[in-house]
Design a protein around this ligand. Structure first.
Ligand code: PMP
Length: 406
């Protein structure tokens, strides 16, 4: 498929030592490491192409604008949007969801209207809607999960009423790894004339997402989780929605003309991009998407699935091990607890062995309540992780178990 040792050379940080031990980085769900080509691209932009975009007549400004707009087209191609006008640059998934929550609700939601989410959402996809709830009195409904921590599709369908105005749901759970059946979700919601927002924060780095094939209305994701820089993200929206939605923030490139009597707004996508955009971040993001494309999302998904299977099999032989997330269709995330060991202790001790995992509620407290736990330890894998690193993780967990006498 691909040569892992060549790939790892692209990520200088993976050669680091922590506490004198080789770093085993298994916190990719939180953020991914950056390949050198992305870092070089950022550096090159600051060194040779830095000037504010859109407003300048001078060479450098046009150069920066060209690079920024070319990046928009790279994103368009990556998710197969029909037009680059439907690609809005934001700060990340959270800002993209907040943008839709604000702008969509101002135009389309009235008191008593309903938005459906699920029990496995990240706080970004809950609290954004709760803010709308406070402002406009909307109702938030949440679809349950099954015993295997998959979406309870029958329950999901039962939540629809005449007042349902939007489904906003994660593609992949950042805690469970569950891959939701977005094709079926979109098809069912559309059969009820309800648009769908997909939170692609955890899917876009691992699975091919084609917005036209899915016919999804909105897709959001973050640059930093897909090997790009921090502070830049994407909102894809179908033109028919974006055109009707009011701007999210005011200022900068989002205007057509401004007067104290009558301000008019710019066309798409600029209507939603107030202020100076992170025009160097967008170029870095495009470079990351090119990198991912060059490896191939199908190869990435196939390799990560092997890693997940290998890790899951090994975990099952650890006494007291409980895995959270047993969906049949799963991304490379392993959340777990070992009986008698607090997740925080497990995380701290693994860290001392050079193994970076995440512990806690993973910004999914409602899901923790459903699971009846406070938090988990989460190992999340990337295509640059190796089977040897999985062995290190398993050996590390076994060592911690010994320390605790379990
Ligand atoms: N949704 C999901 C499913 C996530 O995993 C995350 C990040 N953990 C977010 C939303 C928020 O992403 P960001 O912090 O980059 O805005």
């Amino acid at each position: 498929m691909f040569d892992i040792s060549t790939i790892r050379k692209d990520f200088p940080i993976l050669d680091s030592q922590v506490y004198g031990k080789p770093l085993v980085y298994l916190d990719n769900g939180a953020t991914t490491q950056k390949p050198k080509c992305v870092l070089d691209k950022l550096n090159d932009c600051y060194l040779h192409h830095n000037a504010n975009v859109h407003r300048g007549v001078h060479f450098l400004s046009q150069d920066a604008t060209d690079l920024h707009e070319a990046s928009r087209r790279t994103v368009q191609k990556f998710i197969n949007a029909s037009s680059s006008d439907e690609i809005i640059f934001t700060r990340g998934t959270t800002e993209s969801i907040n943008l839709v929550a604000y702008s969509f609700s101002e135009t389309f939601l009235r008191e008593g209207d309903e938005v459906i989410v699920s029990d496995m959402e990240h706080h970004s996809n809950i609290v954004s809607w709760q803010l709308v709830q406070r402002r406009k009195g909307i109702v938030i409904k949440h679809a349950r999960i099954t015993e295997n921590q998959e979406l309870d599709f029958e329950h999901f369908k039962s939540l629809f009423t005449e007042r349902t105005k939007l489904v906003s749901i994660t593609h992949v759970s950042n805690v469970l790894g569950t891959i939701n059946p977005v094709e079926e979700i979109v098809a069912y919601a559309h059969s009820r004339n309800v648009p769908v927002l997909i939170d692609g924060a955890q899917s876009t780095p691992h699975i091919r997402v084609d917005v036209q094939a899915l016919d999804v209305d909105f897709l959001v994701f973050s640059g930093h989780k897909i090997y790009g820089p921090t502070g830049v993200g994407v909102l894809y929206g179908k033109r028919k929605w974006l055109e009707q939605m009011i701007p999210y923030q005011g200022g900068g490139e989002m205007i057509q003309s401004v007067s104290f009597e009558n301000t008019t707004f710019n066309e798409l996508p600029y209507k939603f991009e107030a202020g100076t955009p992170d025009f160097i971040g967008t170029v870095g993001l495009a470079s990351a998407l090119d990198y991912v494309t060059s490896i191939g999302l199908d190869s990435i998904a196939a390799y990560e699935t092997q890693l997940l299977q290998y890790a899951t099999d090994k975990f099952k032989s650890i006494p007291g091990m409980q895995i959270y997330g047993n969906a049949s269709d799963k991304s490379a995330v392993l959340s777990f607890l070992v009986e008698g060991i607090h997740h925080y202790d497990m995380g701290l001790l693994l860290d001392k062995m050079g193994i970076a995992v995440r512990t806690g509620h993973h910004c999914a407290q409602p899901l923790m309540q459903v699971l009846g736990i406070e938090g988990t330890v989460r190992a999340s894998f990337s295509f640059y992780n190796t089977f040897e690193e999985v062995d290190s993780l398993v050996a590390g967990i076994q060592r911690v178990c010994k320390m605790f006498g379990v």
